[in-house]
Design a protein around this ligand. Sequence first.
Ligand code: ATP
Length: 268
Amino acid sequence: MSPNAGLKDVQGKSLPEASIPALELASVSYAYGKRQALDDISFSIPPGRFAVLLGLNGAGKTTLFSLISHLFATRKGRIHVFGHEINRRPGDALRRLGIVFQARTLDLDLSVHQNLSYHASLHGIGTREANQRIDELLQSIDMSDRLHEKARSLSGGQIRRVEIIRALLHQPSLLLLDEATVGLDIKSRATILADIRKLVHDNGISVLWATHLIDEVNHADQVIVLDRGRLVANGSVNDVVKAAGGTTINEAFSRLTGIVALNPGHRP
Ligand code: ATP
């Protein structure tokens, strides 16, 4: 029997496996006390899609990730990961999910191997299997020679790449990355983004990539725009541009989020 047999959508209708969204949010809201961080958010991402969650500081991206990853309980609305409701079946949902948080989360006093094997054991992966996956993944980012070095000795970009392969160790089907390229130089940014896009293309993994950097959007991406806790656009780049009434995604994002040019007189 398929592991997804009997899955239902947010309205309770039975779904064939191929039509189950990688991620589905229905009317999700969240408040910190009186501060409304997310207000009635609904969207879905199909399997094998690269989706960009675009939003300025304070838009609600990290709060959304905290709900999807079950760090916070969803009190209003529902979240399904490959058909598994995160509040009701957190184990099934979290098994399909890999997460790279905005804040650095490697233990700097442990080696690369120790950081990775600890994560593998949390997911119940045996030592031999874990070591094989660690070797293969480190090779794929050209960092095999750093296996026994302390995380402290790595550059910011290398730490990020180790965090990404750590998130992939348990072979998730949906990867969430929160501002994964913040603070990195242009070459590291491009390398990380290209690696993640390759995963989508080669392995059919689904990605939700949160960023405020408009140049990280590709023409074929799904774009979800958050502004001060509200979803203001969702669709293809063309859909979003059309909905905002602009001519480029850059202009559309500025219109949707009310960005005022820093230096209006400047002509590059
Ligand atoms: P950034 O890119 O700056 O991290 P973000 O899009 O991830 O922004 P969030 O961090 O989710 O946005 O914040 C959304 C809103 O919730 C903001 O108004 C923020 O001030 C508020 N907020 C976030 N965390 C808390 C908290 N722990 N307590 C109170 N308010 C919070």
